[in-house]
Design a protein around this ligand. Structure first.
Ligand code: PMP
Length: 300
């Protein structure tokens, strides 16, 4: 089952009508950037998490890709999609800016009018939150900032994560972790990585070829606020096996405990207490206004 409606360039359209041409730069060259915004449903309607921050990152992504300004009201488009679909569960909202032109002759560097599509759909049921996952350090390396803009959310970047993910599943693991070109820990295919050593929450810094993740930022802020010590720094591969706890985090996946890496248990192989605390803090932050302006309420 899919949602009823999507948004395309200013209009709400039926889901099946939300299409782009096969000859568009978006299809031919993955000329598109997007966001994935978590929203929770409660008795007081839908709450959109860190909307401004997601829209700001989308703006940076568009700037980097030299996309022309989007002519449409993005915020209103998001509200319209949510409203028209009448969701009664937690959802993900995915605005995408892309080059949708379809005339032959366009080269890889051609520009054109930016299109805006917004989809919203029920949040998938998380797979590994209860028991954790066992991941593989991939032999594929994370794209380097010298080759692709790793810190923005460009669809093209996801070929990299896909290679790692397919390999890990083929090899019998639940998921993958990528090292960067320098051989240091970078991130998962669609999540940031964190680990705990002696009570310290450690995560690769933003110069480790990671996406500038909003969930990562959220957790660091919440953890610091609770007096948990944090470090953003280069993480060596061998440190993975010194960790007491490890986790993935992201808007789509939430907090995912990692209980094994490359056939070696993380800590004692069970979900650690700090991981539990972080999951709870994040769960609450999505729902309860902390005065940080993170929640936009949408009443239907
Ligand atoms: N890294 C990658 C490659 C991702 O796709 C995501 C998910 N958007 C993340 C990290 C986590 O980012 P965020 O917390 O902003 O969702």
């Amino acid at each position: 089952m899919h949602p009823k409606y999507a948004y395309m360039d200013g209009d709400i359209v039926e889901w099946d009508k939300a299409r782009v041409h096969v000859f568009s730069p978006a299809v031919r060259y993955a000329t598109a950037v997007f966001e994935c915004i978590p929203c929770v449903h409660g008795t007081d309607g839908i709450k959109i998490f860190r909307l401004d921050d997601h829209l700001k990152r989308l703006e940076y992504s568009c700037k980097m890709m030299r996309f022309s300004d989007v002519e449409y009201d993005l915020r209103q488009g998001i509200f319209d999609v949510i409203e028209r679909n009448n969701f009664t569960q937690d959802i993900l909202v995915r605005p995408m800016v892309y080059l949708g032109g379809e005339s032959p002759g366009g080269s890889i560097g051609s520009k054109g009018k930016s299109s805006l599509a917004i989809t919203a759909y029920p949040k998938p049921i998380p797979k590994y939150q209860k028991h954790g996952c066992h991941i593989q350090v991939s032999s594929w390396r994370r794209i380097s900032d010298e080759a692709m803009p790793a810190r923005i959310k460009a669809t093209a970047n996801y070929q990299n994560g896909r290679m790692a993910e397919l390999q890990s599943h083929h090899d019998g693991y639940d998921g993958s972790l990528l090292l960067n070109q320098r051989g240091n820990v970078s991130e998962g295919p669609g999540q940031c990585f964190m680990m705990v050593r002696d009570g310290m929450l450690i995560t690769p810094d933003v110069n480790s070829d990671i996406l500038e993740s909003i969930t990562r930022d959220t957790i660091l802020e919440l953890a610091r606020n609770q007096g948990i010590q944090t470090e953003e720094r280069t993480v060596d591969r061998s440190e993975l096996h010194m960790a007491d706890e490890a986790l993935f985090c992201g808007s789509t996946s939430g907090i995912v405990p990692i209980t094994g890496i490359d056939g070696i248990k993380v800590g004692d192989g069970k979900i650690g207490s700090l991981t539990h605390d972080i999951s709870k803090m994040y769960h609450d932050a999505l729902r309860v206004d902390s005065g940080r302006g993170w929640i936009t309420k949408f009443h239907d």
